[in-house]
Design a protein around this ligand. Structure first.
Ligand code: NDP
Length: 485
């Protein structure tokens, strides 16, 4: 790889890189070998203030641009991102440890999709006219103001753009805080947006840990917070936002069910389970980590799965043939290994994997447990690693009841050739983003988000517009005003 990852500085504020070495150091570790590849600094209170001040000042003018002109900037940024996909994918791989064969097709490209989609949508966002006889009401869709985006570490480029694209299309400004694990990619997004013609201050990046995020959320000048992260963080951020009556979008974790009926195409179901458990080394919020397989096809499913797992290439994520890279960090690897030990201790049958690789970096084998029961820890808690739990079931009602027996509700999938059953089961599952005979597709055209503890609001699609704008209604009286005195 030729990409030089060392960023020019830690933060990007008011159209330029900004450094403040008074902030706590943030070492950026390449997960495939444990080496430090860059060193940044967390935002101090002065940096947080500077970013919000810049965003607030820039937003007022940005909101006055015609929506079509705003959209044009976003589509131009999408085009630049596509032209630089190779460099950006390499950076994403260094930032996260995800295989280059994934980052080339799923990260910068997904970011470009979001910028293109919301860039195109910008000019179509209108209010409405509501006739009331002689009088009428009209509505104006207005931006919220300064929005804060806070990201998880699994999709740093995509998360930045899934939040920034609808926010900016609606005329808001954004201060984005990446995860401290993966701080590099959002800086590139900021650079590219400026190159595409975005006025300075409209999109800013501030690095930091949880406390920097908390400072951004608490600032009274902030109107909205969109967080991608874990449930405990979501609860804290939601509560802090509530204190200021701020808008929120909460994209939290999951423990999603994938139900494989006995009439399913087994190879497709196995493919869905592989995509829904091992893509990005299992670090995907919507993963179908509870795979319910109807008892009569359980052995056929496991045989095919273990056979296909033998073809998985685990190793250096920079190599084009690598399918499975390391976990993002040593800490995350230890968490995953801890869950694997719990699975064994609680009586699940280890069918594949289960070990750390004997090499530098944070590698865990793709792991499959069979004979998992609903009460086992690995079936109840989000692991966020390459660990699949296979559970047996007998009939449809049982599968639905057990699939819904969780605090989470992000995703759900069904594999069956019986399409009436597919729609019936999906209709009964408590989840926001669902799949029939597929798993984990997330096109920008489709709303994305969860129910129950998995979140509030939706990203992507026209639905995201509702979360980055508000309606002003204007009553227009044509006649005289009647008053009691
Ligand atoms: P965390 O919840 O630990 O962190 C998420 C972000 O919030 C980070 O940038 C973190 O900073 C920041 N943060 C932490 N505490 C606070 C606080 N009190 N106030 C404001 N911000 C704070 O999640 P992870 O980064 O570990 O990501 C994994 C989680 O994200 C999983 O649960 C996963 O399911 C979920 N996720 C959900 C997705 C969805 O769309 N539904 C997509 C991807 C992941 P820092 O970490 O730098 O300290």
């Amino acid at each position: 790889m030729t990409y030089q990852p060392q960023p020019q500085a830690s933060h990007f504020i008011d159209g330029a890189y900004v450094e403040d070495t008074a902030g706590a150091p943030i070492p950026v570790i390449f997960a495939a070998d444990g080496e430090e590849i860059a060193r940044l600094h967390a935002g101090t209170p002065a940096i947080v203030d500077r970013a919000i001040t810049a965003a607030q000042a820039a937003q007022k003018d940005w909101a006055k641009w015609s929506p079509r002109e705003r959209g044009r900037v976003l589509t131009r940024a999408a085009q630049i991102i596509r032209e630089r996909n190779e460099d950006l994918s390499q950076l994403e791989t260094l930032d996260t440890g995800k295989p280059i064969q994934e980052t080339t097709v799923a990260d910068a490209t997904s970011a470009a999709d979001a910028l293109e989609y919301f860039g195109g949508l910008a000019a179509t966002l209108t209010g409405e006219h509501i006739p009331l006889g002689e009088d009428w009401v009209y509505t104006i869709r207005e931006p919220l103001g300064v929005c804060v985006g806070i990201g998880a570490w699994n999709y740093p480029t995509q998360i930045a753009c899934w939040k920034a694209a609808p926010a900016l299309a609606c005329g808001n400004a954004m201060v984005f805080k990446p995860s401290e694990m993966t701080p590099l990619c959002a800086l590139k997004v900021a650079e590219i947006l400026i190159e595409a013609g975005l006025p300075k201050g409209v999109f800013n990046v501030v690095q930091g840990m949880g406390e920097t995020g908390a400072a951004l959320v608490a600032d009274p000048r902030v109107a909205k917070v969109s967080l991608t992260g874990s449930v405990p963080t979501g609860q804290k951020v939601y509560a802090a936002a509530a204190a200021g009556m701020k808008h929120v979008t909460m994209e939290m974790g999951g423990k999603s069910p994938m139900i494989v009926f006995d009439d399913a195409d087994i190879d497709n179901a196995v493919g869905g389970a592989i995509n829904g458990n091992f893509y990005s080394t299992g670090q995907v919020c919507s993963n179908g980590t509870r795979v319910f397989v109807q008892r009569s096809v359980r052995d056929a499913f496991l045989d095919r799965l273990t056979e296909r797992l033998k073809g998985a290439v685990i190793g250096d994520p920079r190599e084009p043939e690598t399918n499975i890279g390391p976990m993002v960090s040593e800490r995350q690897m230890q968490i995953v290994l801890g869950y694997i030990e719990k699975g064994k201790a609680e009586g699940a049958t280890l069918v594949a994997g289960g070990n750390r690789l004997n090499r530098p970096g944070f590698f865990v084998e793709p792991t499959v447990f069979a004979d998992v029961t609903d009460t086992m820890t690995i079936a109840r808690e989000e692991i966020f690693g390459p660990v699949m739990s296979v559970l047996d079931f007998d009939d449809e009602d049982e599968a639905i009841a057990r699939a819904n027996d969780t605090q989470f509700g992000l995703s759900a999938g069904v594999f069956t050739r019986d399409l009436s059953r597919a729609h019936r089961v999906i209709g009964a599952l408590e989840a926001g983003s669902c799949f029939i005979n597929s798993y984990n597709d997330a096109p920008v055209e489709a709303p994305f988000g969860g129910v129950k503890m998995s979140g509030v609001g939706r990203e992507n699609s026209r639905a995201a517009i509702e979360h980055y704008s508000q309606m002003k209604s204007v009553y227009v009286r044509m006649g005289d005003v009647e008053a009691p005195f």
